[in-house]
Design a protein around this ligand. Sequence first.
Ligand code: BDR
Ligand code: CA
Length: 314
Amino acid sequence: MTDRRIPLVIDTDPGVDDTLAILLINAHRDKYDIRAINPVHGNVHYGDTSTNAVRLAEYLNIDCRIGKGAVKPVIRAARTAGTVHGSGGLGGYDLPETDRQFDEKYAWDVLYEEAVKAGGELELVTLGPVTNVAIAFLAHPDLKNYIKKIYSMAGTAGKGNTNAFAEFNVYVDPEAFQILVSSGVPVYMCGLDGNASCGLSSEEILSLFHEESRVTDLTGTIASFIEDRNVRKWGMKINTIHDHVTMACYIYPEIAEFRPMHCSVELAEADAEGQTKVCEPDEDHPANIWYLVKADKQRYMEITREMMEFYKLG
Ligand code: BDR
Ligand code: CA
């Protein structure tokens, strides 16, 4: 029987919110054929993001390739956000160990091979710095012809979360993100400000992810970690789970409002290093991305409840 599911590669730096995003897409296995989960340096060092990726794939029984990813950005030194994601990157949670092996190929070749194999139908979701993807575009100039669309948790048109202007994933590897937006593939960019429309109160995040299921140990630990960090340590009132919101917008584009915009990345200016300069397109600045303006929070919460429901059954 022909597999009519959408072929998908996920590029990720798990990471607490990456983990919730992968739990979400895995709950839609009937629609998506996850061909690869490619780890990259980012939230924590590559040793931890790659271990988390392979353990998570095994824990969720996802039969896919795990390419060997980049340990640092294309040009710059690695920068992590360990305190943002806790020890090991999963808010202190230890996924069961596994002897599952990484693919013998690098992530950029895995992406290319899967894209060619899917004959132009492959979709890509990026949840971390896009080093692997940038290398893939550089190593395989025809890759752009084989990727249908990219959803990327990246950037901001408002305030940053690293310096005043930059979002973490772009800040860590700005050259790589510039390559991605210049690739010619349709890019749906879910930035900090658009994702924030699905920000959750403490009560909401804790009740949603502590709902009883076979993954509640993991989701509950992560939700409590995020809430404690945001509210008690950082004095915020709202918890936006960026990678999870991005994945929800990818799976359910009808909940999201995107606008065609022009985006370029600030590569130099120290105070604004990594800023995504998002503006209305004009003759000199043609639209090169779809920018997330907002998403429907009520639907996002329902989608999250359905995700937990999936893990009650399966
Ligand atoms: C992004 O940076 C990481 O800390 C998160 O996993 C998310 O991908 C938010 O800026
Ligand atoms: Ca991430």
